[in-house]
Ligand binder design. Structure first.
Ligand SMILES: C[S@@+](CC[C@H](N)C(=O)[O-])C[C@H]1O[C@@H](n2cnc3c(N)ncnc32)[C@H](O)[C@@H]1O
Length: 439
C-alpha cells in the first residue's frame, strides 16, 4: 500500500497549521486531513515539499510550546477535491510548488508545457514528445518526476523524444523515473508484453482489434504482413479462431515480444513468425486473408499480399491507409489553432470528420482506385483475370484534422468464381458499405 508524508499536529492547532501549510503551498489537497483517536490530526504534505519545510519556524508561528512532526501515513483517502480533479490538474498542483520554491513565477508557458494526454501501461506513464521542454524541468530533474508520479499514482515515467526514421518506426523512448521499461497490457482478454523503449503500442487501433476479434476465420490461413508485437495477429488467433497465422515483422525486438505474447496467450503452435522484410517472403498461394496494417500507407505490401492470396479461391485483403480530405478554403480557420495533435484536438477532428460526408466520398474514391490497382497486380502475378469487391470501409481513427485512418476490406476472386449475382453486388452504391461508420 502507498504511503504519503503528513504533518502530525495536536487537534486543537490543526486549523492553524493547515492555514500555514496552505500559505506555503505544501498541503497535498488531493488527500483528506485525518483525525486520530490519540487527539492528533495528520495533514498530508506534497512529497516533494517535505525537504523544503522548516518545521521549527512553522511550530514557533503556531504553537511555540507544542510539537509537530512529519510522519508517513498509509492508505490515504482522496479528498473531494482530489477525486474531482483531472489528472492534468493534479500534475499542475504537484509541480507548481516546485517552481515557486525555486523563486520562479508560475507562467502560462509552463502550464502549456504539461501534457494533456498520455499512454498508461500498468504503473508506467508514457508522455508524448514536445512536453516538459522548458529549462526549469531539466533543472528539477528527479524531483519533478517524483512529483508527477505521485500526482498520477504511478511508479515509472517515460517520454517519447522522437520517432526514428530507420524504417522500424522504433520509438525513441527515455525512462525518466524507474528502471524497468517492460510493461504488460491486457485488452479484450489478450495479454501483450513489451518494452516501451523498443516497441510501440497503438492504443488508437482498438476498434480494429475488436472488429478482427469478431470475425469468424475458422479454417482460414491468415497472413499479417506488419505484425508488430501481435496487435492484430493475436485477435486473429485468440478470438477469430484462424487455423494458422503467418506473422511478418522485421524489427527484432518486436518479433521477440510477439513470440513471447504468442506463448503467453497459448497460441504459439498456430502461428509462424517470419522475422525479416515481408517483401522477401518466399510464400505464395496460401492465404484466405491478408492483413496490411501499416500507415500512412501499406502500398509497398500490395504485391506481396496479391502473391499470397490463394490462386484458386482468392480471399480478402484488409488494407490500411491514412486518407487526407482536401480542405475547402472556408474551413481552414477552424483548425488553425489546433494543429498540435493532442488528445483533445484529435477528438474534435474526429467529430468534425464524421459529420463530414465529403470524407466518405474521398475514401470511396480511394477504395475504387485501390481495387483497380489490386486487380492489375493480381492479373500480372497470376496471369489470370480477377474481380474485386469493396466489402466494407472501416474508420479506425482520426489521425489529425482531415486525416483519417481507414481499412478497406477488399474481396478478391479469380474470375471463374464469380457468378452473375456477385458481379452485381461488386458494383454497389456507396451507402451499404459505410453502414457502421457512425458507431
Ligand atoms: C505501425 S506497426 C503496426 C503494427 C500493428 N499492425 C498496428 O497497427 O498496431 C508496423 C509494424 O510493421 C513493421 N514493418 C514495417 N515494414 C515492414 C516490412 N517491410 N517487413 C516486415 N515488417 C515491417 C514495423 O517494424 C512495425 O512493427
Amino acid at each position: 500500500m502507498d504511503r504519503i508524508p503528513a504533518l502530525k499536529v495536536p487537534q486543537r492547532h490543526a486549523q492553524l497549521y493547515k492555514k500555514h501549510l496552505l500559505a506555503l503551498a505544501v498541503l497535498d489537497k488531493q488527500y483528506c486531513v485525518q483525525k486520530h483517536s490519540d487527539g492528533t490530526v495528520t495533514l498530508p504534505i506534497l512529497p516533494t515539499s517535505v525537504k523544503h519545510l522548516n518545521l521549527l519556524s512553522l511550530q514557533s508561528s503556531v504553537d511555540p510550546n507544542g510539537s509537530c512532526e512529519i510522519i508517513n501515513i498509509q492508505t490515504p483517502q482522496f479528498s473531494r477535491k482530489g477525486k474531482v480533479k483531472s489528472c492534468r490538474e493534479r500534475i499542475i498542483d504537484a509541480v507548481q510548488p516546485l517552481v515557486v520554491s525555486r523563486g520562479e513565477k508560475w507562467k502560462q508557458e509552463l502550464e502549456d508545457d504539461i501534457p494533456r494526454g498520455w499512454q498508461r501501461h500498468e504503473d508506467l506513464v508514457l508522455f508524448g514528445e514536445g512536453y516538459f521542454s522548458q529549462k526549469i524541468w531539466t533543472e528539477l530533474g528527479c524531483e519533478l518526476w517524483l512529483a508527477v508520479s505521485h500526482a498520477l499514482g504511478v511508479k515509472r515515467i517515460a517520454q517519447i523524444t522522437r520517432v526514428s526514421q530507420d524504417g522500424y518506426r522504433t520509438p525513441v523512448v527515455t525512462m525518466l523515473l524507474g528502471d524497468s521499461s517492460c510493461v504488460a497490457h491486457i485488452d479484450n482478454h489478450i495479454r501483450y508484453e513489451f518494452d516501451v523503449t523498443k516497441c510501440m503500442f497503438s492504443f488508437g487501433n482498438i476498434t480494429e482489434k475488436l472488429r478482427i476479434a469478431s470475425f469468424n476465420c475458422s479454417g482460414e490461413t491468415v497472413v499479417d504482413l506488419y505484425a508488430g508485437i501481435g496487435y492484430f495477429t493475436l485477435p486473429y488467433l485468440v478470438h477469430a479462431r484462424a487455423r494458422h497465422v503467418h506473422a511478418c515483422e522485421w524489427n527484432p525486438d518486436a518479433a521477440a515480444a510477439l513470440q513471447r505474447n504468442l506463448q503467453l496467450n497459448k497460441v504459439r503452435e498456430r502461428c509462424t513468425v517470419h522475422q525479416g522484410d515481408n517483401r522477401l517472403l518466399s510464400l505464395s498461394d496460401i492465404a484466405d486473408r491478408v492483413n496490411l496494417g501499416l500507415i500512412p500507407s501499406s502500398e509497398e505490401g500490395w504485391p506481396v499480399a496479391c502473391r499470397l492470396l490463394k490462386r484458386e479461391t482468392g480471399g480478402i485483403l484488409h488494407i490500411h491507409q491514412n486518407i487526407t480530405t482536401p480542405v475547402p478554403h472556408q474551413e481552414l480557420h477552424k483548425f488553425s489553432d489546433s494543429q498540435s495533435t493532442d488528445v483533445v484536438d484529435s477528438k474534435e477532428a474526429e467529430k468534425a470528420s464524421l459529420k463530414n460526408p465529403r470524407d466518405r466520398v474521398v475514401w470511396y474514391c480511394w477504395a475504387k482506385n485501390t481495387a483497380k490497382s489490386i486487380e492489375s497486380l493480381l492479373q500480372e502475378i497470376t496471369k489470370k483475370t480477377w474481380a474485386t469487391n469493396i466489402k466494407h470501409i472501416e474508420h479506425v481513427k482520426s489521425y489529425a484534422p482531415h486525416i483519417n485512418h481507414i481499412v478497406l476490406d477488399l474481396e478478391c476472386k479469380p474470375i471463374k468464381y464469380i457468378c452473375r449475382q456477385e458481379i452485381d453486388f461488386a458494383l454497389p452504391g456507396t451507402l451499404n458499405m459505410f453502414s457502421d461508420i457512425h458507431k
